[in-house]
Design a binder for this molecule. Structure first.
Ligand SMILES: NC(=O)c1ccc[n+]([C@@H]2O[C@H](COP(=O)([O-])OP(=O)(O)OC[C@H]3O[C@@H](n4cnc5c(N)ncnc54)[C@H](OP(=O)(O)O)[C@@H]3O)[C@@H](O)[C@H]2O)c1
Length: 225
């Protein structure tokens, strides 16, 4: 892995490259990192799954970010599409954001005991732990404030990312650019009801020998405070 920005460097240690940010917020809520992969033409899935976009370097980045996170957050659409499994690190938990709570409770993810749901106060009862905030849709700010975490890693999908962006909750954005054009109908890494232009600043750009690019950006106001 090479660092192209801010300074050129060869043989970059991927874990160290993602550790060099002080992920602390003055308001005490968890720092939220989003990690996504996209094709060069903006597709986040091939055949409804992101796996076809990935590669060796991307898996390294995925693991480096997971190692930093106390809690992983993921939307129910992604859990259903990607058949999410339990985290490998003992004690790490996965919060599945859902309105309808229509999930496979017998799946390895929930059977492991490592997963809980993040849902609304009016959602149906669930057979696992639940963090509840909001009616109709999850109030993500209030839900996140209830989590015992200092770093929260969101692994998508696009609808959850869009809601986090709209709520002003994304502190750090990590995006792998996969050297592919995909076409088709797969969407962008954030979708949401409202446009919400938010300034971010690049903190690094890595590249590997398979022509993947790895972008990491922090919300611009973290540089002003
Ligand atoms: N390229 C990548 O890095 C990447 C990463 C993740 C996913 N993906 C792809 O993205 C696709 C899935 O997209 P998606 O947008 O459907 O995924 P998603 O954001 O994971 O899931 C959407 C679902 O999450 C729940 N949800 C999201 N925000 C909510 C809120 N504020 N309140 C309550 N519930 C909320 C709802 O669940 P309920 O329907 O249960 O109510 C909603 O239907 C898949 O093809 C997957 O492969 C790609």
């Amino acid at each position: 892995m090479r660092r192209l920005l801010p300074e050129y460097e060869t043989d970059v240690d991927v874990t160290a490259a993602y550790e060099d940010v002080r992920r602390r917020r003055s308001d005490g809520r968890p720092w939220i990192v989003v990690n996504m992969i996209s094709s060069l033409d903006g597709a986040v899935a091939i055949g409804q799954r992101s796996g076809g976009l990935g590669g060796t370097g991307d898996r390294q980045v995925f693991s480096a970010l997971r190692a930093l996170a106390d809690v992983i957050l993921v939307g129910a659409g992604t859990v259903r599409a990607e058949r999410y499994g339990p985290p490998q690190r003992k004690g790490q938990r996965i919060g599945v954001v859902t309105r309808g709570a229509n999930l496979d409770w017998s799946s390895p993810l929930f059977a492991s005991g490592a997963a809980f749901v993040v849902t609304t106060v009016d959602a149906p009862d669930v057979p696992v732990d639940a963090v509840r905030a909001g009616r109709g849709g999850v109030d993500l700010g209030a839900a996140v404030a209830q989590l015992d975490a200092s770093v929260l890693l969101c692994e998508g999908g696009p609808s959850l990312n869009g809601d986090l962006l709209t709520a002003g909750l994304i502190d750090e954005w990590c995006l792998t650019l996969s050297p592919k054009l995909v076409g088709g109908g797969a969407g962008r890494a954030t979708v949401g009801a409202a446009e919400c232009p938010t300034e971010f600043r690049l903190t690094h750009l890595l590249a590997d020998d398979d022509a993947y690019l790895y972008i990491r950006a922090l919300r611009a106001d973290h540089f002003d405070s």
